[in-house]
Design a protein around this ligand. Structure first.
Ligand SMILES: *[C@@H]1O[C@H](CO)[C@@H](O)[C@H](O)[C@H]1NC(C)=O
Ligand SMILES: *[C@@H]1O[C@H](CO)[C@@H](O)[C@H](O)[C@H]1NC(C)=O
Length: 193
């Protein structure tokens, strides 16, 4: 929803409210001046190529409904960092498990080690992007996120030759990549506002 539409909806609800609640209004005039701010979540997702995904990511945070575009951009980055960290842990554990029965897939161990190393960088790059966000470096936020995406792709290239458990890594790569792209698009809405 753009801001014109939001204010339209806001004014329409206000008009309806005023029509339906004359007694309440005269009894407590303050009720009209309470700051009701329409949620900015849909504005924040307007540049996203996967709007549903964007909306579900932002709406899963309880603070989103009251958040500014800047806070929403932070939430999108924060979720990405958390998810990448969890994925990094997952890959590390998988690499340890696989070493026990590595005869099944001789190069899987090597791919997982590569992914594990790649994900240490992915987590760092996302955190660098968050630091750039706080130091208001637009170029920093964007270039670190793009570097994180490229690093996820190096893991993906090495893991996708495998089957079984390795497919889970590929699936998680897909999610973290989507979260990075999402953070990028939400950040751009904030930065260009
Ligand atoms: C950011 O992430 C941390 C750790 O995952 C969490 O505790 C915190 O509530 C998050 N902040 C926001 C504003 O989402
Ligand atoms: C990562 O994101 C996916 C998709 O939103 C979600 O299903 C999963 O629970 C997340 N994992 C963590 C650890 O945040």
């Amino acid at each position: 929803m753009n801001s014109t539409m939001s204010s339209f909806v806001f004014l329409s609800s206000l008009a309806l409210f005023l029509t339906l609640q004359p007694c309440l209004i005269s009894a407590s005039p303050n009720v009209v001046t309470q700051n009701y701010t329409p949620s900015l979540v849909s504005n924040a997702c307007e540049r996203s190529t996967h709007k549903e995904f964007c909306l579900s990511v932002l709406n899963s945070n309880p603070f989103s409904q009251q958040s500014s575009l800047q806070q929403l951009a932070f939430i999108a980055l924060n979720v990405t960092s958390k998810n990448a960290t969890a994925t990094s842990e997952f890959i590390k554990q998988l690499a340890n498990q696989i070493s026990i029965d590595s005869e099944l897939e001789p190069y899987l161990q090597q791919s997982l080690t590569e992914c594990s190393e790649a994900y240490q960088s992915v987590v760092e790059l996302i955190d660098d992007s968050i630091n750039s966000f706080f130091s208001q470096s637009e170029v920093g936020v964007e270039s670190y996120l793009k570097a994180a995406i490229a690093t996820i792709d190096t893991c993906d290239a090495s893991i996708k030759a495998h089957i079984g458990k390795a497919l889970e890594v590929s699936h998680k790569n897909h999610i973290v990549r989507q979260l990075c792209n999402n953070a990028l698009s939400v950040y751009r809405v904030f930065a260009n506002n």
